[in-house]
Design a protein around this ligand. Structure first.
Ligand code: ADP
Length: 301
């Protein structure tokens, strides 16, 4: 397949979970979220209708999986690349509030999504024609070692065939057996990626980067053509084809909930990049989207 034959599709590969969010009356509201899904949600909103935004994952055959897919489809996201596995269920997390601080408890170790890369032929077929394939460090962290290697080999092949591969390392220490494994896998993943979108605080904690510039240099050195380093309210640093620069993030007076800030940034920024926008405009689109998301409760608005 040549680059011209790739379809107008963004394929995001990852895990969506059931979210239980506390309400003021002591009850919980059920929702659905996950880092890759969050990014696809905002990419869908940003892209023209001639683009397909597709979620690649695995869920069960149970009613909660049906509800999850109905929710995702309701956001305009194609779910034809979601495997249904008998006897399995989606992962779940519960939010606990301590004042304005949110903490998360997860039940995801047996989730269906951990098997999303178990069938290499199926996975390859899902990735085949997508113009942009998006994965995160969470996607890689939840996979068994062989499946992870299979996914990385598939991504390398798709990139060689002209697709754009985008990675947010999104480092969650609890999902990795140790820092060395996280570092090794994420560095390998960056070598097969065209675009890497790290968040500086995660990278500093895992790789010991002293500055956002160090994060940018490290991922560029691994082989990514484009590196975009997010840093909360700080400036976004970028490097594209050897040209570096930075873009101040517009101030947000009172962030309400920063959950999903980085994901929403990625979705809007990647949608702009894949539509041919220059990097400065794409970063501005990401910042504008994230600014709206952090002024509202919940990752999906
Ligand atoms: P992550 O959610 O991955 O940790 P960041 O916190 O770095 O990502 O934020 C992603 C983007 O969201 C930033 O580049 C910025 O545009 C916006 N953002 C996040 N926090 C703030 C904030 N406090 N004020 C203004 N913008 C913010």
């Amino acid at each position: 397949m040549t680059t011209a034959e790739l379809s107008q599709t963004i394929l995001g590969i990852g895990e969506a979970m059931v979210e239980m969010s506390p309400q003021t009356d002591g009850s919980y509201q059920r929702g659905f979220a996950g880092d890759v899904l969050n990014a696809l949600w905002y990419a869908r909103k940003a892209l023209d209708e001639d683009w397909t935004v597709s979620f690649c994952s695995a869920v069960g055959q149970d009613p909660i999986s049906d509800d999850m897919l109905a929710f995702i489809s309701g956001g305009g996201i194609d779910c034809s690349a979601v495997r249904r596995i008998a006897g399995r269920s989606p992962g779940l997390y519960l939010i606990t509030l301590d004042g304005a601080e949110r903490s998360f408890t997860y039940w995801r170790s047996q989730s269906a999504a951990r098997s999303l890369a178990a069938d290499g032929d199926w996975l390859g077929a899902q990735m085949d024609a997508a113009r942009l394939i998006y994965v995160s460090g969470i996607t890689l962290a939840i996979l068994p070692e062989d499946d992870r290697a299979r996914l990385l080999t598939g991504l390398a092949a798709r990139r060689a065939a002209g697709a754009t591969v985008a990675l947010d390392p999104n480092i969650r220490p609890a999902l990795w057996p140790d820092k060395d494994t996280a570092r090794d896998v994420l560095t390998s993943a960056a070598t097969v990626s065209s675009i890497v979108l790290p968040s500086f605080d995660d990278e500093a904690a895992c790789f010991g980067d002293a500055t956002p510039e160090a994060t940018r240099a490290r991922y560029a050195g691994a082989g990514a053509e484009t590196v975009i380093v997010k840093n909360g309210p700080g400036a976004v640093l970028y490097l594209q084809d050897g040209q570096s620069g930075e873009a101040a993030s517009p101030p947000v007076a009172k962030p309400v909930d920063t959950t999903g800030a980085g994901d929403s940034f990625n979705g809007a920024c990647l949608a702009a990049l894949i539509s041919g926008e220059p990097i400065g405009r794409a970063i501005a689109a990401g910042q504008a989207c994230a600014a709206r998301v952090i002024q509202t409760r919940g990752a999906l608005i």
